[in-house]
Design a protein around this ligand. Structure first.
Ligand SMILES: [Zn+2]
Length: 407
C-alpha cells in the first residue's frame, strides 16, 4: 500500500520516512495491509489520553503518544495505520454469524473491550492537532467541545403497529379501541398522526433531520421491504410537508440494491438528492462502495452495527469510504450511524430496559461531546406509536434533551 500526502501537508507531516517536516509519524504496520490479511485483527493496546483508554493498533511499547525532540514532534504510535484500519473497514471483510451476512459488533475487534462508544479516530486527530499546537504555538483545536446530533428516520412500516394493535384489541374484546383505530386507519389518519408527532420534534428542537423512504413494497425472499408505496396518499402527505419544512427526504435502498448499481440508481431517481441508507443496513462490506460510487451516491448513512450502538468505523465524523475493489478512497461520503432504536431494545440485540438504555446513551453522548463528534441516530417511524413503544419515544426525547442546549 502506498501513501501520498497532499503537498501542502508535506512540510508539516512525514509518515514512514522521517525528513525535514515538523511532525513525524512512524509506520509500524510492516506488511499487515496485504490482501491475505483482510479481515484479520492486528495487535492492539490501550493508551491513555484525557483519562480515556484509546486503542492503537501496531502498538509501540513507549507509554507516550509523542515527544518533542529538536523542535520536532516525534510520534511513538502509528496512528495513521490505526486510523486506516478502522476507517477502511478492514476488520469487516470476513465471515459473519448474522443471518443476512452483515458484520456484527460481536464479530468486531471492539467485542473484547465490550463497547464502541469512543470515537478513536476523532481522538487521533485531536492528538495530532495537539502536536501541531505544541510545535507551532498556534491554537488549532476548537475551544468548545460540543458534539452535534443528526436525527434520521427510516420509514419501513407505516401501518404495521396499528395492524398489530387491532388484532390485540379484538382478542381482548376492547371494542371501542378497535373501532377508533380501525376508522383512523381507513381514513389514513393513523400514519399522518404519527408523522405529525415526529415532525413536531424537529420544530421544537432545531436538529438536522433526515427521512429515508423505501421505494418498493415487494418482499425480497422472506424479508420485508415497505408496507406502503411512494404513491400512497399518506406518503404524498409526508413528502409535501417535509418539502415545505425543507427537511431532507432520501432513498432507503431496498434489499438487494447494495449489490446492483443500476437498481440502486433507479430507486434513487424518485428523490431529489443522492443520499441514501440501505434497508436492514444490509450490504457487503467489500463490494458496496464501488456499487454506490457507480450509482453516484453522494452520501451514505448505512454504516452502523445492528446488534449494538457505537461507532463501527471508530469515528464520529463524516469520512470518504475506502473502496477495496479499486484499492483506493472513493468519492462516497459516509455519515456513520451510531445509535438505532431497535439495537437498544430488541431481545436479539442489546435487550435493555429504558433505564439501562439511558445509561448506555449517557456514555456514548459524553464521549461524542468530549471529542467534538457528530452523533447520527436512527429512530424508525413505527417506534413513535405511543401504545406499542412508549420507552422508545421517551429515550428519543432523552437524547434530544442531552443535545438541546449544545447544538
Ligand atoms: Zn429499513
Amino acid at each position: 500500500m502506498s501513501y501520498d500526502l497532499d503537498k501542502s501537508l508535506k512540510s508539516l507531516f512525514s509518515y514512514r520516512i522521517a525528513n525535514e517536516s515538523l511532525i513525524y509519524i512512524p509506520d509500524l504496520s510492516n506488511d499487515f495491509f496485504e490482501s491475505q490479511n483482510l479481515g484479520k485483527f492486528p495487535l492492539y493496546e490501550s493508551k491513555i489520553y484525557k483519562d480515556d483508554p484509546i486503542i492503537v493498533f501496531f502498538p509501540n511499547q513507549n507509554f507516550h503518544w509523542f515527544e518533542e525532540k529538536e523542535s520536532k514532534i516525534i510520534f511513538h504510535q502509528d496512528i495513521i495505520s490505526s486510523a486506516f484500519y478502522l476507517l477502511s473497514g478492514w476488520q469487516e471483510i470476513k465471515a459473519s454469524k448474522d443471518i443476512l451476512g452483515r458484520f456484527l459488533f460481536s464479530d468486531s475487534v471492539f467485542q473484547e473491550i465490550s463497547h464502541a462508544y469512543l470515537p478513536y479516530v476523532n481522538v487521533y486527530f485531536e492528538i495530532i492537532a495537539s502536536g501541531i499546537e505544541k510545535i507551532t504555538k498556534t491554537k488549532v483545536l476548537p475551544k468548545n467541545q460540543n458534539g452535534k446530533l443528526i436525527v434520521s428516520h427510516d420509514i419501513d412500516f407505516i401501518y404495521a403497529p396499528a395492524k398489530y394493535r387491532l388484532k390485540k384489541y379484538l382478542k381482548s374484546l376492547q371494542i371501542f379501541s378497535f373501532y377508533k383505530l380501525a376508522i383512523s386507519l381507513i381514513f389514513k389518519r393513523y400514519p399522518q398522526t404519527i408523522f405529525d408527532k415526529i415532525i413536531s420534534y424537529s420544530q421544537r428542537f432545531s436538529f438536522q433531520t433526515h427521512f429515508f423512504f423505501l421505494a418498493t413494497d415487494k418482499k425480497m425472499a422472506r424479508f420485508h421491504n415497505a408496507d406502503y408505496r411512494l404513491s400512497d396518499l399518506a406518503i404524498r402527505y409526508m413528502f409535501n410537508k417535509l418539502k415545505n419544512l425543507k427537511i431532507a427526504t432520501s432513498l432507503h435502498g431496498s434489499l438487494g440494491t447494495s449489490k446492483v448499481a443500476n437498481w440502486l440508481k433507479k430507486e434513487m431517481s424518485f428523490f431529489d438528492n443522492l443520499d441514501q441508507r440501505f434497508h436492514f443496513l444490509y450490504f457487503n462490506s467489500k463490494a458496496f462502495v464501488s456499487i454506490m460510487e457507480e450509482a453516484q451516491v453522494k452520501c451514505d448513512y448505512s454504516i452502523g452495527f445492528n446488534d449494538k450502538i457505537g461507532f463501527r468505523r471508530g469515528i464520529a465524523l463524516p469520512f470518504y469510504l475506502f473502496d477495496f475493489e479499486k484499492n483506493k478512497a472513493s468519492t462516497v461520503i459516509e455519515m456513520p450511524l451510531a445509535i438505532m432504536d431497535v439495537s437498544l431494545f430488541l431481545s436479539q440485540y442489546m435487550n435493555l430496559s429504558l433505564e439501562e438504555a439511558k445509561q448506555e446513551i449517557n456514555k456514548i453522548v459524553s464521549y461524542t461531546q468530549k471529542y467534538n463528534g457528530i452523533l447520527v441516530i436512527n429512530w424508525h417511524f413505527d417506534s413513535f406509536d405511543e401504545e406499542m413503544y412508549p420507552e422508545r419515544i421517551q429515550l428519543f426525547e432523552y437524547i434530544l434533551q442531552l443535545f438541546s442546549h449544545k447544538n
